[in-house]
Design a protein around this ligand. Structure first.
Ligand SMILES: Cc1cc2nc3c(=O)[nH]c(=O)nc-3n(C[C@H](O)[C@H](O)[C@H](O)COP(=O)(O)OP(=O)(O)OC[C@H]3O[C@@H](n4cnc5c(N)ncnc54)[C@H](O)[C@@H]3O)c2cc1C
Length: 318
């Protein structure tokens, strides 16, 4: 089922079908903060009132022309200004395929540079999301290029389902790069990724341990004062067992609570988000907005077949 939904997330015909269903738009709205920037800022204001930080994502990926990539970049720049003007506690997450990675590395670097310059001006931070494995190497190369240009306001995502992540995480820790650890949301072949959930979970705990130990080596940097620039380890999961393991590791390594951050997706496990805030941990919610919600929505359905049944049963109940 998971593989089939991920296949559909990439099929243009399925996108045309699904995005025209009113019921799909309503189902997607559980995971998406709205189509406009204003709606997204309002959602973040509510999260901030509950003590939750945010990372904003202007939905879009696999851009197919240079003009579209520049337009997506402009939207991100405007949003950084809007975050600054509204004073919300949110940084931004971006996908390099949205700003031209599939078209031309130079174009992508130019767009990334514009984004990081604006983030620097507005004292903000950019997290580069990790896409499917065809882009892992290119994404890491772009991150490293940005850091050699003197940009330290940028971090990355690693996926515990990939075998290579063990090496990647060790190198990135040495380089002092903030890392968001996730399980991974794409469909990957067994030669490069663990097919079994138990192995992905075990790898997640192991990599969380490396990340937390790594933060210690860097003298436990914490988030900056306004919470926009995160600490080195961001543990991004809704899995209570993974969260408990990370909490145990945080205690074991003597890491202050403020030197680690938990991250979850908008619309998922709000109870857990609030419990962690209550326990004194920084919590950041990933807030996607925009009109290009289809692939993001399909990946959320793939993660939990129950979401798919809920969606289908609503469709037949119309
Ligand atoms: C902040 C953040 C950023 C992310 N960025 C990336 C990225 O850049 N690249 C990437 O590949 N992946 C990314 N992901 C997605 C990630 O890889 C997983 O696919 C996703 O988090 C589900 O895995 P899980 O860790 O929650 O564990 P799971 O074992 O999948 O789920 C644990 C529990 O969480 C709840 N849950 C999980 N997913 C859902 C859902 N869709 N709907 C309802 N309940 C759910 C359920 O209660 C489930 O039992 C990100 C996730 C987060 C939280």
């Amino acid at each position: 089922m998971r593989a089939f939904i991920i296949f559909l997330s990439r099929a243009a015909w399925a996108q045309r079908l699904v995005t025209h269903w009113g019921i799909a738009r309503r189902a997607a709205s559980r995971f998406i903060a709205g189509e406009s920037g204003e709606e997204a800022i309002r959602v973040i204001q509510h999260l901030n009132e509950a003590g939750i930080l945010a990372t904003l994502d202007h939905l879009g990926e696999n851009t197919s022309t240079a003009a579209e990539a520049r337009q997506a970049t402009d939207e991100i720049l405007q949003m950084l200004d809007r975050i600054r003007a509204s004073g919300v506690r949110s940084n931004m997450s971006i996908k390099l395929s949205q700003i031209g990675l599939l078209l031309d590395a130079g174009l992508c670097q130019d767009n990334l540079q514009r984004i990081l310059q604006k983030a620097r001006q507005t004292q903000n931070f950019i997290r580069i999301d990790m896409e499917d494995s065809s882009l892992t190497e290119k994404t890491l190369a772009c991150l490293r290029w940005a850091r050699t240009q003197g940009f330290e306001n940028v971090g990355i995502v690693l996926q515990s389902y990939l075998h290579r992540s063990q090496n990647d995480i060790q190198e990135l820790i040495t380089e002092g790069v903030p890392v968001r650890l996730v399980k991974g949301a794409y469909r990957e072949p067994a030669e490069i990724a663990y097919p079994d959930k138990a192995d992905v979970d075990q790898a997640f705990d192991r990599l969380a341990g490396l990340l937390i130990a790594g933060a210690k080596q860097h003298a436990n940097p914490t988030a900056n004062e306004n919470g926009l620039v995160p600490p080195i380890p961001a543990i991004a999961t809704h899995d209570p067992k993974r969260i408990q393991t990370a909490r145990d590791l945080q205690v074991q390594y003597g890491l202050p609570k403020q030197a680690i951050e938990f991250q979850m997706l908008y619309g998922i496990r709000r109870d857990l988000q609030e419990a962690l805030v209550g326990a004194g941990f920084p919590v950041r919610v990933y807030v996607p907005y925009g009109t290009h919600w289809y692939p993001y929505f399909m990946r959320r359905l793939a993660e939990r077949p129950a979401n798919m049944w809920f969606f289908i049963s609503n469709f037949f109940r119309r």
